[in-house]
Write a protein that binds this ligand. Structure first.
Ligand code: HEM
Length: 462
């Protein structure tokens, strides 16, 4: 029976009655796709091949360092039961130019954005010209190797093993080091200081059981992330996914200043000033959703995710323009059209850059970094066009979404911001206050690429 990607129920990955194709899919799928892999420490190697045959040997040589999605899920279960540590994550993606260098045709790949490559999508995405990207990213990138684990030592050791396999004809074009950032409570945050990575599409029965939702259903069918690997021996059971990788630099000082300016403009004082930043993000720094609370709930544990905007039609609680409402309208519009369109992607990014200040505290903007820190944004998609690009272009960069006058996404919106935006007069008040200038752009794309994460069966076949 072919793998049922459109299955309306979550996958019981360990069920004994699972059909042979689905079992084979799990044994050949890379980890970190269906379930996030720990990657507190992350090494990202962006590689250029000089010779196709050498490139193939290198990729084949990585297989013993890799594990399957099933192995990862088993390791996660063991860790949850006994705290037994798992093995490092090694993931591999190949760009369109990479496949061509290896001597493959990309004709059978379904995604046109992938077949263009990120550099040629800059107009769609409002990205800076390639000449303004960081120098290494202007070059051809053929593959990415992701190495992640909970601690530094296994990542460093695995990185050495990967580099030892690299043929003389290949080069590391660019390298990034991701490092989890945590707040005082130990929750993962991004550089503006907000808890990140909370809201994700869930695909597996055990994930969904752990997060029952009455207002928001986090379950999504496998078709959101999986596609046949067209170059694998048996594409119908050997699956992969498209990866968008973008280095997004964050000007923390400018964002913190925008929060202060908005708080002043809205007349917020004392502890209420935190509302300004929450209106830009849609959550308070500790993750409390603005849709549910007008103040940060005491400790943010557990970070709530069971909400929709259906009962906040005027943006009285969570402004339409906030980052999380722009990037996930949560089935609130047109009977949940965006769920049918399949926009939700699996985000798997990691923060980069070190800093000496405490990102979560109230220290003034002038003490914050203006660059050198940010997010290595990564997300898995079954269609880069219908998911990542659609979110960035049609929602975040579109000042008219979901309604005229909404403004750009204040976190990631790209492009000129002429119009003004309004915010509720008070939390829960449908009346909008005086129009305010939009927050300036504080996130800058520094380089990246689109990749396909092939099946292990493909890598073994090289
Ligand atoms: C959620 C920050 C880039 C899409 C979030 C959250 C934060 C955040 C703090 C709330 C945590 C959560 O609900 O999981 C950032 C920062 C970015 C960035 C600082 C860049 C430096 C992006 C990009 C996209 C994106 C490039 C897609 C084009 C989303 C989505 C959610 C989210 C879909 C979940 C919304 C929901 O389901 O409620 N982001 N983000 N983000 N972000 Fe971003």
């Amino acid at each position: 029976m072919p793998v049922n990607l459109a299955n309306g129920t979550p996958l019981s990955w360990d069920a004994p009655e699972l059909d042979a194709d689905t079992k084979a899919m799990l044994d050949n799928l890379q980890p970190n796709i269906l379930q996030a892999h720990v990657r507190e420490h992350l090494s990202v190697l962006l590689i250029g091949f000089g010779d196709g045959a050498d490139g193939k040997r290198f990729l084949r040589g990585l297989v013993p360092l890799m594990k399957s999605a099933r192995k990862h899920l088993e390791e996660t279960r063991a860790f949850n039961a006994t705290k037994a540590p798992g093995t490092p994550y090694v993931g591999v993606g190949i760009s369109k130019l990479g496949y061509l260098k290896l001597g493959h045709s990309t004709a059978k790949f379904t995604d046109d954005a992938f077949k263009s490559g990120l550099k040629r999508r800059k107009d769609t995405l409002n990205d800076p010209p390639v000449s303004a990207w960081e120098e290494p990213y202007r070059k051809e990138i053929h593959a990415v190797v992701l190495i992640g684990d909970a601690t530094e030592a296994p990542v460093a050791a695995t990185r050495e093993r990967v580099l030892a396999l690299l043929p003389a004809t290949a080069t590391v074009v660019a390298e990034e080091t991701g490092r989890g950032l945590r707040n005082a409570q130990g929750n993962g945050i991004e550089h503006f200081g907000y808890i990140d990575g909370r809201s994700q599409p869930l695909f597996l029965a055990d994930q969904v059981a752990a997060e029952p939702g009455r207002n928001w259903t986090p379950f999504f069918p496998l078709s959101h992330v999986l596609v046949e690997d067209p170059l694998a021996p048996r594409p119908a059971r050997h699956m992969g996914t498209y990866l968008v990788y973008r280095k997004l630099e964050q000007n923390v000082r400018a964002f913190r200043q925008a929060e202060e300016d908005l708080a002043d403009a809205l007349g917020l004082t004392g502890a209420d000033r935190a509302l300004a930043g929450a209106m830009l993000v849609g959550r308070f720094r500790n993750g409390t959703p603005l849709r549910l609370h007008g103040k940060p709930s005491s400790d943010g544990h557990p970070v709530q995710n069971d909400f929709s905007y259906r009962d906040d039609p005027d943006g009285a609680k969570c402004p339409f323009s906030s980052h999380i409402r722009k990037t996930n309208p949560r089935d609130s519009r047109d009977g949940g059209l965006e769920r049918l369109l399949g926009v939700m992607m699996a985000r798997r990014g990691q923060t980069y850059g070190t800093r000496t200040d405490r990102p979560w505290d109230e220290a003034p903007p002038r003490t914050r970094p203006t660059g050198g820190v940010g997010l290595l944004f990564m997300a898995f998609n079954s269609s880069l066009q219908a998911q990542f690009e659609f979110t960035q272009q049609s929602w975040s960069d579109n000042a008219g979404f979901p309604a005229e006058g909404t403004g750009h996404d204040p976190v990631i919106g790209q492009g000129p911001r002429d119009g003004k935006v309004t915010f509720p007069k008070a939390w829960g008040n449908a009346q909008q206050g005086a129009p305010q200038p939009q927050a300036p752009q504080t996130v800058t794309m520094k380089g990246g690429e689109y990749f396909f994460m092939p099946s292990l069966a493909y890598l073994k076949s090289l």
